[in-house]
Ligand binder design. Structure first.
Ligand SMILES: Nc1nc2c(ncn2[C@@H]2O[C@H](COP(=O)(O)OP(=O)(O)OP(=O)(O)O)[C@@H](O)[C@H]2O)c(=O)[nH]1
Ligand SMILES: [Zn+2]
Ligand SMILES: [Zn+2]
Ligand SMILES: [Zn+2]
Length: 335
């Protein structure tokens, strides 16, 4: 993951406003990470660390060590520690986001794929189909530009752009900061388009209900095996741009087989924003998720915490309990 690319520090802007995420070390071991305290083994690396590379005559594998990654100048234990620290902090933020979404009954999805698989086009089509039926909002993640957010806003749906600078994924802290600028409606749909990247977004929980992997048929059916983490983390795979199948040698059954090899439970829908194939099935999947999120909120509202125990109220409507997020509603509108 990102112990390799060192992305995510220093250059993030949310809705055009910059913030420094972490102090960037001047002389750190890699660009973007905090310097790591020297360990007693430094300079005397254990055997497993000395050469984590599985080497054959025609094959070098840099993912065989305990960190499953390689960075010049860092030992494997150092990389494992950095990864644990970063993901631990991320997971705490993600849980906070998830709690906030649950309180409002918001169904949130994290769309992950390589660049150009058709995420924004699919979002535009989805929002157009749902217009007037489901309140929705979008968070767009890209390294640079506000192009995608502008495409979403053209449908009449509020969109907040996050630019990650050198970073190659969204993290939960960015999403929490985005929430503070958005007025998300209760029982609404929140679609988060991650940075186009088949690697790092897989490791970062944003607090979403599901990761949705989009694989377009122009990318080759081997992608689930070559980039297994992303397909393992997703609950749904959209096999997209199926209108192009007549022009390609893409073997759709093989692609699905590969995805199920890394994730036996992954659901699959074949979609095309151009022809409309599979869009009804995708919308039905969304409707089921929305209904479930609404139901959970209603169940939570019926369970009123009292002094020493939880009391379940069945007949009378109960007002929502105040949350620490109630003060956060600021600018931004959602239909
Ligand atoms: N034939 C066909 N082309 C599509 C389809 N969906 C998207 N495209 C095209 O694919 C290209 C990329 O689409 P985008 O929606 O911008 O892809 P993206 O995943 O949002 O790209 P990034 O945000 O850059 O990662 C555009 O030229 C779209 O017109 C589809 O279903 N069929
Ligand atoms: Zn990366
Ligand atoms: Zn896009
Ligand atoms: Zn990254």
């Amino acid at each position: 993951m990102c112990t390799v690319c060192g992305c995510g520090s220093g250059e993030v802007t949310i809705g055009g406003a910059g913030f420094a995420k972490a102090a960037r070390p001047k002389d750190g071991p890699t660009r973007g990470w905090k310097p790591v305290a020297a360990t007693p083994t430094e300079g005397h690396a254990p055997a497993a660390d000395a050469d984590p590379v599985h080497a054959g005559h025609h094959h070098l594998h840099f993912g065989d060590g305990p960190a499953h990654a390689h960075a010049p100048g860092l030992t494997q234990p150092q990389m494992v520690k950095i990864e644990r620290d970063i993901l631990g902090r991320n997971d705490a933020c993600a849980e906070e986001n998830r709690r906030r979404l649950a309180v409002q009954g918001i169904f949130a999805l994290n769309l992950v794929s390589s660049p150009g698989s058709g995420k924004t086009t699919l979002l535009v089509r989805t929002l157009t189909e749902l217009a007037g039926r489901v309140p929705a909002a979008v968070i767009e993640g890209d390294q640079q530009t506000e192009f995608d957010a502008e495409r979403i806003r053209a449908t009449g749906v509020a969109a907040l752009q996050i630019n990650t600078g050198k970073g190659c994924h969204l993290d939960a802290d960015m999403i929490g900061r985005a929430f503070a600028r958005m007025d998300l409606a209760d029982d609404s749909l929140l679609l988060i388009e991650n940075v186009g990247n088949l690697v790092c977004p897989a490791a970062f929980d944003l607090g979403e209900a599901h990761k949705v992997a989009i694989l377009s048929v122009t990318e080759g059916e081997d992608k689930p095996l070559k980039y297994p983490d992303l397909f393992a983390a997703a609950d749904l795979m959209l096999l997209n741009k199926v209108d192009l199948l007549p022009y390609l040698t893409f073997d759709i059954e093989r692609a699905i087989g590969y995805a199920r090899r890394v994730n036996p439970d992954i659901e699959v829908i074949r979609t095309s924003s151009t022809s409309g194939e599979g869009i009804a099935e995708w919308l039905a999947w969304l409707e089921r998720g929305l209904a479930k999120a609404r139901e959970c909120r209603r169940d939570a509202m019926q369970t009123v915490p009292t002094a020493g125990h939880r009391q379940t109220v069945r007949d009378e409507p109960v007002e929502a309990q105040p949350t620490p997020f109630d003060g956060l509603r600021a600018n931004g509108t959602v239909r």
